[in-house]
Ligand binder design. Sequence first.
Ligand SMILES: [Zn+2]
Length: 160
Amino acid sequence: MGLSVNLRLLRERSETLEGELATEEWASDFNDELVVFASPLRYRIEAELQGENLFLQGPLSVTLDCTCGRCLKTFQTTVTASEFAAFVPLEGEDALTSAGDFGDLTPLLREDMYLALPTNPVCNPECRGLARAAKSQEIRPEKGPNDSPSPWAALDRLSL
Ligand SMILES: [Zn+2]
């Protein structure tokens, strides 16, 4: 499935492709513990042929459920690749993947969108994470079986 464009029709006139791609259609191989897709991939792409090349341009966006890498809180964020653009030859080694008249745009969208995803999501740039909780534990005075006089106290007295 994914997103394809009819190249034969594109020879006659350029086209605007607008819609959504379900996660399994474009990112089925994506696997990240901290980032989960919470919406389809939304696209609005101008497609046109320039000679024997396909030119694509337009914004892509997707909503993510992220886990903060510092405090492990979950939060939602939307990532937009507003500058998405691709210029792909129809023939040769780097040619667009196509079947008959249909060129497959999915790999192009995937590549750009993966690059736009956060590699280390943080709920807030100011997030102090778990360090804060650990610190308040340090301050808390320890009580319990270990609360005996330091063995060094005896040595200190001897050294006098
Ligand atoms: Zn956080």
